[in-house]
Design a binder for this molecule. Sequence first.
Ligand code: BGC
Length: 331
Amino acid sequence: MTAEQTFNRETLENLIQSSAKVISKYQQPSGAYPASPNFQVYNYCWLRDGSFTADAMSRAGHLESAEAFFSWCSDIINSRRESILAGSNLDARYTYDGRESNENWETFQLDGYGTLLWAMKQHENRHGRDVGKYQDAAGLVQHYLATKWQEPSIDWWEERKGRHAASLACVYAGLSSYGHPEASSVHDAIDLLGERTDASLLACETLGAVEADLFAPTSAKIEQTLVGQDGGVFRYREDTYYGGGEWPLLAGFLGWHYVRTGRISEAQNKLKWIQDQTQANGWIPEQVQSIMLHPESYHEWVLKWGKPANPLLWSQAMMITLASELLDNLE
Ligand code: BGC
C-alpha cells in the first residue's frame, strides 16, 4: 500500500489526536511543555519546541492547551519587563515554574521568541480567539526582537553562535505576524548562500520568510545530502549527537514544505516515515538510529545522558503539523 492510499481524512485525524494525547499527558499544570519528560537534561520548556507544540495543539483543536502555554510564556515575559526594557537577554528555556536554569548551557537564542509570536497569531487567526490577554507580552517580545535581532545568537541546535538564517526566519515570522516595521530588515538579512546545508533551514520556507522558488536550491541540497535511504532526515552531515541519526521532527518540516509546494505524495511519504518511527504507545523520539552519520559517536552520548530523548514533544508536534497540512489539502 502506498502512503497516498494509506492517509485519508480519518487516518489523518486519528494520527493528529493520538499524538496530541501524548502532548496533553505531559503538559505541566503551569502550561509549560517539557521538551522530553523522560530525558533528564530536557526537563525544561524551550520556547522553540514549545511554540511549535502550541501551534500543533491549536491545529489539533486543543485550544486550552495552546492558551495555557501562551499564558505561561506571557507570565515569564511580563515579569521580566524591566530587564527587557533595560536591554537584557532572555533565556531559550525555563523550568516548568518559569525560572531560568543555572546550568552552564548557552541560552541566548532568539528564534523561540519569534516562533512564539507567530504561533500566537496563527492561533488567533485560526480560531478567532481574543488574545488580548497576551498583548503586553507580545508587545515586549516585539520590542525585544526588534532591538536584538542583529546580535549573534545560538542556532536551533544550540551549537553555533551567529546570525543564522533559520533563527532570523523565526524572528521575521513573529515580527511580520504583528506587522512590526523591523520585519523587513530582518527579512533582508536572511542569507541562504552563506549557510551550511542544514535541515533547520526548512523553517525559512515553511514560516514564509523565503519564497518557495528562491528556496528551491536550498531544498534541493537538503534533499540530496540530508535524506537517508529510508526517507528520514538528518540535521547536518557533521552531526555527531547520538551518532547523528534521523529526526522525525525534520521529516515533519520537509513534509510540510512538500505540501506547500504541491508535492503531496512526497509529503505523505514523510508522514508515513514518521508513523513508522512511532512506538505502539504513541511516542515519537527525538531521533532514530536505524541509519547514523557517525555511529562511532553514539555510545559516548548514551554513557553521558542515557538513551536518546523519547518521547520528544516537538516530534509529536511536527507529526500533527504535517498531518494537519495534509488534511487542509484534502479540503
Ligand atoms: C536541540 C534543540 C532543542 C532541545 C530540546 C536540543 O538537543 O538541539 O533544538 O530545543 O534539544 O528539545
